[in-house]
Design a protein around this ligand. Structure first.
Ligand code: CTP
Length: 409
């Protein structure tokens, strides 16, 4: 992916041991397509050399407001005017205090103060000891920085370089990268609460066996991530899959279709959009044996009886909130042929305003896919692409339809 292609990031380093992580972050931003200009404070240079950052960014590092390389001798103006964002990582407690007071006695703070506030966003990734983080002065500064328009990227929790354990670590480079990518996505779902079901279900036969399917959960996880990037609060009810939880998404793990139904119905109560991507088993064994079913010498096969699982999507689509338009429901259909015909019929059968069709065998476990969106007005194709790109386009399509449904002309 090249999610930051065309973006120019000024990466500011201030004094803290987390500077070692900033080297990895610089690399990760560049790998994602960004150009990166590093600016360091004097304290940052105590922790990591400008040479390392120059080599990684392929640009000379700036560390002084008196840098005569700039023709007008105004690096604070020039560097901030060309940036799509200024990212301070790590941001020390002292540097936060400086930003807050509008002090400008070194290049980085001067540049932050001189940036055009409406067009050059300031992203802050704090890093400090847990006591410093918890101190009322720091928390007060944080709140004021946000009120002044800075975006706080949060902190991690855990073992700290000082030997103590708690909040205040800088987020990991990959987490910061995801947050920066998310920052640049259009906030088309701001204020919405999206519920996504994803992955397969597992219907137990006995304590060691069960029935499941080949769904990888990748499409549902991509939709959860895209919805979060678009500004929504996201709950992801996931069947048994080994996928990392997208940043900022609340994940509820379930196993069987019955568990998924309970959790999805529960979360649907607060949701405004429901996207059902899970490949829910249609049937489950009528009963689960308490002990492992053993082969016996008779040669007879065990007789398994099945009962049908409740349709989660149809159940939620029939709820009063969905019927009143407070909850917009989106179904998925994995078909093997005649996609348009089957998707059209399934949309009506499930009672949902939008159904997304795809060819099942071509997508299960794959990293890319193509989608066919069917609603009351007809069909729209989203051409083959990787699942995150498809998810972002689908989120934009859902946002449009949801707005139209909420405010009919
Ligand atoms: N779905 C659900 N609960 C179920 C079964 C399906 O929520 N018990 C949802 C899926 O998440 C998906 C949609 O319904 O959004 C389509 O499911 P699918 O299994 O393809 O539909 P069926 O009605 O089972 O149709 P068929 O088996 O004939 O293809």
């Amino acid at each position: 992916m090249n999610d930051l292609a065309g973006k120019h990031i000024v990466l500011g380093l201030t004094g803290g041991i987390a500077c070692y992580k900033a080297a990895e972050l610089c690399r990760a931003l560049i790998k994602e397509g960004a150009t990166v200009q590093v600016v360091m404070t004097e304290a940052a240079a105590q922790f990591i050399t400008p040479v390392t950052l120059q080599a990684l960014s392929n640009r000379t590092v700036y560390d002084s407001q008196w840098d005569a390389r700039e023709r007008n001798n105004m690096p604070h103006i020039n560097l901030s005017r060309e940036a799509d964002a200024i990212l301070i990582a790590p941001c020390s407690a002292d540097f936060m205090a400086k930003l807050l007071h509008g002090r400008a006695d070194d290049l980085l703070s001067l540049m932050c103060l001189a940036r055009p506030i409406d067009s050059v966003p300031l992203l802050v990734a704090p890093a400090m000891n847990r006591e410093m983080w918890a101190h009322p002065a720091t928390q007060r500064n944080l709140a004021q920085l946000q009120a002044d328009g800075a975006t706080l990227l949060g902190v991690g929790s855990g073992f700290q370089a000082c030997g103590e354990t708690g909040d205040g670590r800088m987020l990991e480079p990959q987490e910061l990268l995801q947050d920066v990518i998310a920052f640049f996505q259009p906030k088309v779902l701001a204020g919405e609460h999206v519920l996504v079901t994803a992955g397969p279900t597992f219907e137990a036969i006995d304590p060691v066996r069960g029935i499941t399917n080949l769904s990888s959960g990748k499409m549902g996880f991509a939709i959860a991530r895209a919805a979060q990037e678009a500004g929504a609060t996201v709950t992801l009810v996931a069947g048994p899959v080994h996928l990392p939880t997208p940043r900022g998404v609340q994940r509820v793990d379930v196993k069987s279709a019955a568990n998924m139904l309970v959790q999805a119905v529960d979360s649907a109560g607060a949701a405004t959009i429901f996207v059902a991507t899970a490949a829910v088993a249609d049937w489950r064994p009528a009963s689960t044996a308490e002990q492992k079913i053993k082969k016996d010498a008779s040669g007879l096969l065990p007789a398994l009886e099945f009962v049908e699982n409740t349709d989660i999507l149809a159940t939620i689509a029939q709820s009063p909130r969905a019927q009143s338009g407070a909850l917009y429901c989106v179904g998925f259909a994995a078909e093997s042929h005649d996609l348009l015909q089957h998707a059209t019929a399934k949309r009506i059968r499930k009672g949902v305003p939008l159904l997304v069709g795809n060819i099942g065998p071509a997508t299960f476990g794959q990293d890319d896919n193509a989608l066919l969106l069917v609603d009351a007005d007809g069909a729209t194709e989203i051409a083959r692409n990787d699942k995150l790109t498809l998810a972002r386009r689908l989120v934009a399509e859902i946002a449009q339809r949801r707005k139209a449904a909420a405010n009919p002309a």
